[in-house]
Design a protein around this ligand. Sequence first.
Ligand SMILES: C[S@@+](CC[C@H](N)C(=O)[O-])C[C@H]1O[C@@H](n2cnc3c(N)ncnc32)[C@H](O)[C@@H]1O
Length: 334
Amino acid sequence: MSAPTSKRHAQHTPTPPSPFLSISELVLPWLTPQELASISCTCHTLSHLSKLITTVRSSDASRLFEPLPIPFINTVDSHSYTFFLYTPTYLTSSPNFSRQFWGGRINPNPNCNTHFNFDSFLGVSDSVGCDCGEICDEDCSCAVLWGGEMRTECGTSCDCELNCGNRVTQMGVSVELKIVRVEKKGWGLFAAQFIPEGKFVCEYAGELLTTKEAKRRQQVYDELAKGGCFSSALLVVREFLPSRKACFRINIDATRIGNVARFINHSCDGGNLSAILIRSSGALLPRVCFFASRDIQAGEELSFSYGDVRLRPEGLHCFCGSSCCFGILPSEDT
Ligand SMILES: C[S@@+](CC[C@H](N)C(=O)[O-])C[C@H]1O[C@@H](n2cnc3c(N)ncnc32)[C@H](O)[C@@H]1O
């Protein structure tokens, strides 16, 4: 005699997810917000899944690439998040992908939680690193003090490990941050905890461009900005030689692919962040990293001055709110 099966029990037996649901969960996180919006109109299940994806996306702009989640917070309008591709460090060539998995329940991204991809760096094969062992001591030859705007760290040509104290910019964003929608400025990056003066905040990550390509893109971005609904994030940093007659120029474009630094707004008073060039042993090019230039309280917006000021009457209005505001957003004279 077989045991009776209660109707209640039969109702609660978990049913395997339908192939449609499983495939949707794998495919939808690859879609852009526009594609998600149009697909969510087609049926109730896809609408529900799209909402879940939006919630996960707005809870972490970094898609698990950084040690801490960096949420989007918006009390100003209906934007839940902004869409871009994420890279935790600079890319020396244009990415060969145009989509990135973002917002699914299981993230298949193989780079998750690896904060620093040395392989993407232009290396110097015969460069000399330190041989301090696993963790460097105070006499480490890599820890040369160059003064305010440049520092050196251990890198690929060193024996030490990633948790060596002379690799402070190589572990990703380790302070709590949030991306907040601000009236008239779009999104802005804010401190979600107290950040002491001198603390590393984040790298400026994106596509490393030739100056020719940077100039071409800047012209395109300037045209698009005239339409009013476009934010570009192309940073140009110049490193002057001691003679100051020539300079080495780094162009990083975080507009299409970048990290949370792409949300840092301009402040005419210089803001609370300093951009410092970090040269790692074994890497040919320095990285641009932001450090707190003073103590920053939880809830303060992070900002810096957008480089050389070129006051253009037709430039965008500046809403930095500082007492020395020029009224016009500086833009790079490429
Ligand atoms: C690198 S993005 C910063 C993030 C941007 N707010 C966003 O929503 O993506 C630079 C753009 O932000 C805006 N922005 C930055 N600082 C600003 C300021 N002080 N006043 C007005 N707009 C600003 C401009 O549109 C500028 O082109």
